[in-house]
Design a binder for this molecule. Structure first.
Ligand code: ZN
Length: 541
């Protein structure tokens, strides 16, 4: 007798192969049979007639790091059919922090205190142990954020590391890789990643070569300097001899629409020359980030207090204004490229009157210019202001999506409509990414075939991350499974009402355990596992 049989579904196995009608039998957390199970019984059965049965979705790009602690049920993700959540992206991870008194540890302590939690870890092994103690609905694995190891060693200073500091960063990365990290992530628009030169990143990536870790990058420029930034990304991968994943690929700002054709060609050319690069994307035409990212790099030098002091200085504000007006070489001048009227404040609890308004509208209401408004907001909010920028082209989204080596990643977090973040207005991608691809881009627009879309959410990211026995519906693989209705699956989260679960997801199974049942209800089960790099490599060998 099996633990679970999912009967009569249309099986899309995640490899890109055509769908087939089959039953799926599960036992001991694994898929035991994909085929005809008539006459076989199971402790539990799910009737999937008229439904698709696919591997659970692997969200290759998330910021669900603090979420693992505060929302272990991972509602906004599991309800999309996501069964594996990958964190530590864009240079930002919760570990390793070095010693308890490093600037990186202070920042993480502050970040988790905001959501009512206490930091109890320094290393990635300690973080993973903490997450395992509570349990999680989805599987989870993390990259090492370059910004975090840099801050652990040298704070938030705008300068290159000394040789000793570079060695210390390498040591932290090596230790975290030994603890099971997936690789290194950079966020080259965020402090302190923005202060790093190419050579610093390339040298650190040498550590990944030893362990076949993946290098992922939020590249230095996704606007006017997109092609130069892709060149830098490819050069790092080539020089370091590592595999590379370009994060949330896009072209920001109307003047740059269409540039993704060139950037995808750059990736193709690199691959033809033997550099293993791919990318991922979220299926929306708006991004979400921190308001501070409109500031030029020099204005972000130092710790929070140093930045706040600077923003309060009229002379510094004049210089910020001049730089945003004229631009700086190589710098992604987000405000000028997106346009103030397209940048909407979504999170600013101290100034609720600003929520949902564009920076242009906020400035007009204050009777000041946008730079004054931005600085006032950042000061009132201690730098913590989130924005959504509506500045991408739907044609570009589809061009990137059609590239065969693009995976889908939300760039969002596991959230829920309650708790410390339940009143925020996050980007709807945290609730809608995967159903949106299957509803809007497969069913409505025909951008992808269903099997292709599923591959980009399962088999492709699993292979990219070297996740052993995940991402396919195959005998012997872990039973991470999503059951959904191709005719009705859809995202419902919007920019103004983001805390909305999608529709059309019938059941979600993680490691053989039913988490979302046939009635769409979430059980209290937390069957997710930490997916450690070395465990994978040992089982692969
Ligand atoms: Zn990013």
């Amino acid at each position: 007798m099996l633990d679970l049989i999912i009967r009569n579904g249309t099986v899309i196995d995640g490899s890109g192969a055509p769908e087939v009608r089959a039953d799926v039998g599960v036992g001991n957390g694994h898929i035991l049979v994909v085929g005809d199970l008539s006459g076989v019984i199971a402790a539990r059965e799910i009737d999937a007639a008229g439904r698709c049965v696919s591997p659970g979705f692997i969200d290759i790009h998330t910021h669900s790091d603090t979420s693992t602690l505060v929302y272990p049920r991972m509602e906004s993700k599991i309800r999309q059919g996501v069964t594996t959540e990958i964190g530590g992206l864009c240079g930002i991870s919760l570990a390793p922090l070095g010693h308890a008194d490093t600037p990186a540890a202070a920042r993480v302590t502050w970040d988790v205190a905001k959501i009512g939690m206490q930091r109890t870890w320094l290393s990635l092994a300690e973080l993973y142990a903490r997450v395992e103690q509570t349990g999680l609905a989805c599987n989870y694995a993390s990259f090492v954020g370059h910004g975090v190891i840099r801050a652990a060693v040298m704070g938030y200073d705008n300068r290159p590391p000394t040789d000793d500091e570079h060695t210390a960063m390498r040591n932290l990365l090596q230790e975290a890789m030994a603890d099971g990290a997936l690789g290194l992530s950079t966020g080259l628009i965020y402090p302190p990643g923005i202060f790093a030169e190419t050579a610093e990143i390339t040298a650190l990536c040498g550590v990944l070569r030893e362990t076949n870790g993946l290098y992922t990058s939020h590249i230095r420029n996704e606007g006017n300097g997109l092609h130069e930034a892709v060149d830098e990304f490819v050069a790092v991968c080539r020089e370091a001899g590592v595999r590379g994943q370009m994060s949330h690929h896009k072209a920001d700002g109307k003047a740059n629409w269409g540039k993704v054709q060139g950037s995808l060609r750059q990736l193709e050319e690199a691959r033809a020359a033997g550099v293993d690069v791919m990318c991922d994307q979220y299926p929306y035409t708006a991004y979400s980030t921190g308001l501070a990212m409109v500031l030029p790099p020099w204005a972000l030098d130092g710790d929070r207090d140093a930045i706040l002091l600077r923003l309060d200085d009229p002379a510094a504000r004049d210089r910020i204004r001049a730089d945003i007006t004229a631009g700086l070489p190589g710098w992604e001048n987000m405000a000028a490229e997106s346009g103030w009227e397209n940048m909407v404040v979504t999170g600013a609890p101290q100034m609720p009157e600003c929520a949902g308004k564009s920076l242009a509208a906020i400035a007009a209401a204050r009777g000041s210019d946008e730079v004054e408004a931005v600085c006032a907001l950042l000061i009132a909010q201690q730098m913590e202001v989130s924005i959504v920028g509506h500045s991408m082209d739907e044609g570009d989204v589809e061009t990137v999506m059609r590239w065969p080596l693009t995976s889908i990643g939300s760039d969002g977090s596991a959230l829920a409509p309650y708790g410390p973040l339940g009143a925020d207005t996050p980007h709807p991608r945290s609730y809608g990414t995967f159903p949106r691809v299957l509803g809007r881009y497969v069913r409505e627009r025909g951008t992808l075939r269903r099997e292709e879309a599923v591959h980009k959410m399962t088999g492709l990211p699993a292979a990219r991350l070297n996740l052993s026995q995940r991402g396919l519906l195959r005998t012997g693989y872990w039973a991470d499974i999503a059951v959904w209705d191709a005719e009705t699956i859809a995202d419902t989260a919007t920019y103004t009402a983001p805390h909305q679960y999608p529709v059309g997801i019938t059941a979600v199974i993680v490691n053989g355990i039913v988490v979302i049942n046939e009635r769409g209800e979430q059980a209290g089960t937390l069957p997710g596992r930490i997916l450690r790099h070395h465990e994978r490599s040992s089982s692969v060998r």
